[in-house]
Write a protein that binds this ligand. Structure first.
Ligand code: PMV
Length: 314
């Protein structure tokens, strides 16, 4: 295989507080998870062969396209080439590898798109500011999700903890004291667009009930920000549990998520909740650094497909 002309990566992400309500204008807090990453590598292809995007992990292949109904990653590759004045596409093979589980709330689609945009810019000897990367990735997120709030592309393109409100630039956000999370995968794939669509139907059928739930979640996110900035890690656990109760009321939890949250709490986690779209995918548990191993063991015993420990704010 030829030598790469560019290689770029992007981290996964976890939403700590505020998923779903963020689609309706309430704030969310999200952090990058750098243990899992998408990596895009560009190598030269034979002269005149055009550009091909290969995704061996999901068994797919696509040519960059300006067709917004095409593959979302082929579309974002085209958009990146277009803003960088590199059309028609150069003779490149773009290979995407990823360790981020698909449809599990860790931002696999946004991370893949971010890695591709970064690699395309690098191959052209250019650099794009995070806000521009985020805006391009948002276009592919719309293909994956329908009506994304923009939180995934923002936290992944900026690769730092963000306080996010839909339609506004991300706000700088201070972590007063680092804290540790165990992230566990239920192993149940759950596309975000399904849960987001179900919440929308619920909201359309009963706006006052849903607005009240979103307001309650928004209140928790504000309280969580104060606790995180003050370094009051102990206050975060109950806020996570309360956010989880409200997500349950939105009907985006599942028996598997509830089982993992309960197992984490019994093993000493300070709090636990689903993270992302829900009904499957990942949950997060707040732990003391010393308690991480016990909680991880309990999650695995309760059926978690995989677990990882990540420190936020270090
Ligand atoms: O499932 P994820 O990780 O893509 O997170 C989706 C977060 C939602 O708030 C449910 C949707 C959104 O667009 O913000």
């Amino acid at each position: 295989m030829s030598e790469p002309i560019a290689q770029a990566s992007a981290a996964g992400k976890a939403i700590l507080f505020g998923e779903h309500a963020v689609v309706y204008g309430r704030p969310a807090i999200a952090v990058p998870v750098s243990q899992v990453r998408a990596v895009a590598t560009i190598t030269p292809a034979p002269l005149g062969s055009g550009c091909i995007l290969e995704m061996p992990d999901v068994g797919g292949q696509a040519a960059p396209t300006d067709d917004p109904t095409g593959h979302p990653l082929a579309y974002v590759a085209w958009l990146a080439l277009s803003v960088l004045d590199a059309l028609p596409p150069p003779d490149w093979r773009i290979t995407l590898r990823s360790t981020i589980p698909v449809a599990s709330g860790l931002g696999s689609g946004a991370a893949a798109a971010t890695a591709i945009v970064r690699a395309v810019a690098q191959a052209l000897g250019r650099s794009l500011p995070p806000a521009q990367v985020s805006a391009l990735v948002y276009e592919s997120e719309k293909r994956f999700h329908g009506t994304p709030s923009g939180v995934d592309n923002t936290v992944i393109a900026f690769e730092q903890p963000v306080w996010f409100v839909r339609g506004q630039p991300p706000q700088p956000f201070v972590i007063g004291r680092p804290f540790t999370l165990v992230i566990a995968d239920t192993g149940v794939a759950s596309p975000t667009r399904i849960t987001v669509g179900d919440v929308r139907r619920g909201w359309e059928a009963d706006p006052p009930r849903y607005e009240a739930l979103f307001d309650a979640i928004g209140g928790i996110v504000h309280a969580a920000r104060r606790a995180i900035e003050a370094g009051d890690v102990a206050a975060l656990g109950p806020l996570m549990d309360e956010n989880q109760r409200l997500l349950q009321a939105l009907d985006v939890s599942s028996p598997e998520l509830e089982r993992l949250c309960a197992a984490a709490r019994s093993a000493g986690a300070l709090g636990a909740k689903l993270s992302g779209g829900g009904r499957g995918g990942n949950m997060i548990a707040l732990v003391t650094p010393d308690g991480a191993a016990d909680v991880t063991a309990a999650l695995e015993a309760a059926g978690a497909r995989s677990t990882l420990i990540t420190a936020v704010g270090v």
